[in-house]
Ligand binder design. Structure first.
Ligand SMILES: Cc1cc2nc3c(=O)[nH]c(=O)nc-3n(C[C@H](O)[C@H](O)[C@H](O)COP(=O)(O)OP(=O)(O)OC[C@H]3O[C@@H](n4cnc5c(N)ncnc54)[C@H](O)[C@@H]3O)c2cc1C
Length: 447
């Protein structure tokens, strides 16, 4: 079977260095031989009750193996961050696909969200003191972090609504408000929150919010409850509903400066969306592996035939192959666009990937679930959990509809240009009719 580097889509192959190809093959081997077999052990070590909010010992062994192989912090892109492993967004995109095939690989290699986005923020915008205190231990994988934006009382897909109060008081800021869906807050190693809140309700619309660093043990923070995703608790990471009551932090914890929350957030979003999209591609590939296995299982033949001998299932297999390969190209194109400039210049390409990929992956996973019958919806395959995880990608980091609206508006700006092109064609056609003295018939040439 060809290795991951031999399967790189032809169109992007020239953009992938020899070093990245070798690392990609190493990533695939690490995921196949270490992480996928470790997943059930990780789940079993989580156990029941309060033990679920500790963390499984197998993770430390996986982390050590990953570090020994040099598979560490590959997400920090070359040319943008000096702290990373020196790969482009495109090269890392090819690698993170494999992380998406399993539960343990992203964390084992210190490439898991939301730490990745938070590390990008600290590396890009943090002061030297902030980097020393928080970025260094995050880069070493010694602590974990949360991104704290969404609120129960506001439509948070529009971050200008974010209302948690961050009020200046002498040398401190004081935080009051509530946040929810704070991923990672259940993990005992989570030591720092990056909080988006309002510092000045009277400032210009995009200058009202700021991001501030809050150590998790600051007095006044309580975890009100943990939220479930389609019934899954996602332990030990989890998603918390947090309450901030008179939480006081030093003024120097503000990132980049007061009122610059949007600027910081924009810097964080682009590459993260590519990472999620490529993880979803990996999930779809893994689901297709499960589908193929069930479709060719000799011991389970409804009506005396393998599932793969049923035309409809073969069509599912073919469609899944086409859709995964097409979606991968969309994401790699977005990654290449970021590499060629920056995330802001690649907004359209990123939005396309963000919308297309989870929807595609959900279709593929659903087909795989269906081939397993009842077994597909229970805990005996990873498919049910995989579906629940990928479903949230359509909401987290901005819902599909918000991205569709943005994309639609941009595309719609081409309306005048499109009409001009069509009008020009009509005029040329009319001239051709006149030249040849031909009578008009068939397709209409008028707009
Ligand atoms: C598993 C999971 C993990 C998460 N982790 C984090 C985290 O770590 N930190 C954090 O801060 N947040 C996190 N979130 C929250 C996530 O970022 C928000 O849910 C998301 O931004 C949407 O905000 P909202 O839930 O307030 O929905 P709302 O803003 O209330 O939107 C509701 C719905 O309105 C519709 N809508 C919105 N905008 C438009 C539009 N322009 N046009 C048409 N329809 C529209 C969409 O259908 C949308 O789903 C997580 C969410 C999930 C599910």
């Amino acid at each position: 079977m060809p290795t991951a580097s031999q399967r790189i889509p032809a169109v992007v192959r020239p953009l992938v260095s020899e070093r990245a190809r070798k690392t990609l093959d190493l990533v695939e081997k690490f995921v196949n031989e270490e992480c996928l077999p470790a997943d059930p052990v990780y789940h079993a070590q989580l156990g029941e009750g309060p033990a679920r909010w500790t963390y499984p010992p197998i993770m430390d062994d996986l982390k050590k193996k990953a570090r020994d192989l040099g598979l560490w912090n590959m997400f920090l892109a070359k040319g943008h961050y000096k702290e990373g492993a020196g790969f482009t967004n495109l090269e890392y995109g090819l690698m993170v696909e494999h992380f998406g095939r399993c539960r343990t690989a992203s964390e084992a290699t210190n490439n898991s969200a939301p730490d990745t986005g938070n590390m990008e923020v600290l590396a890009k915008y943090g002061s030297e003191a902030q980097k020393k205190r928080w970025l260094e231990p995050l880069l070493k994988g010694e602590i974990r972090s949360c991104y704290v934006m969404t609120e129960p009382g506001t439509a948070s897909s529009d971050a200008t609504n974010v209302a948690l109060s961050i009020r200046r008081d002498g040398d401190s800021y004081v935080l009051n408000g509530q946040k929810w869906w704070i991923s990672g807050a259940g993990d005992p190693r989570c030591k720092v929150y990056m909080v988006l809140g309002k510092t000045d309700p009277n400032a210009e619309k995009y200058r009202q919010q700021s991001i501030i660093i809050v150590p998790t043990d600051t007095p006044g923070i309580t975890i009100k409850r943990m939220l479930s995703v389609y019934g899954y608790d996602d332990a030990p990471h989890g998603h918390a509903h947090l309450v901030f009551k008179d939480v006081r932090v030093p003024a120097e914890n503000i990132v980049l400066g007061e009122g610059r929350g949007f600027e910081v957030m924009q810097g964080r979003m682009g590459p993260g969306r590519i990472h999620h999209a490529m993880r979803s591609i990996g999930a779809a590939e893994e689901a297709l592996n499960w589908l193929l296995t069930r479709a060719n299982a000799e011991h389970k033949k409804p009506f005396g035939k393998l599932l793969s001998q049923q035309g409809v299932i073969l069509q599912w297999i073919a469609k899944s192959r086409i859709e995964i390969d097409a979606a991968r190209l969309i994401v790699l194109n977005a990654a290449a666009a970021i590499d060629a400039g920056n995330a802001k210049q690649a907004l359209m390409e990123i939005a396309q990937a963000k919308i297309l990929v989870p929807n595609m992956a959900l279709d593929v996973i659903d087909r795989a679930v269906q081939t397993y019958g009842a077994e597909g919806v229970c805990q005996d395959t990873p498919l049910a959990y995989m579906w629940a995880q990928v479903r949230t990608v359509r909401i987290a980091d901005g819902p599909d509809e918000a991205h569709l609206e943005q994309l639609g508006r941009r595309e719609n700006k081409r309306a005048a240009e499109a009409a001009f092109l069509l009008q020009r064609q009509v005029e040329i056609t009319d001239a051709l009719f006149r030249k040849y003295g031909t009578k008009e018939s068939g397709p209409c040439s008028k707009l």
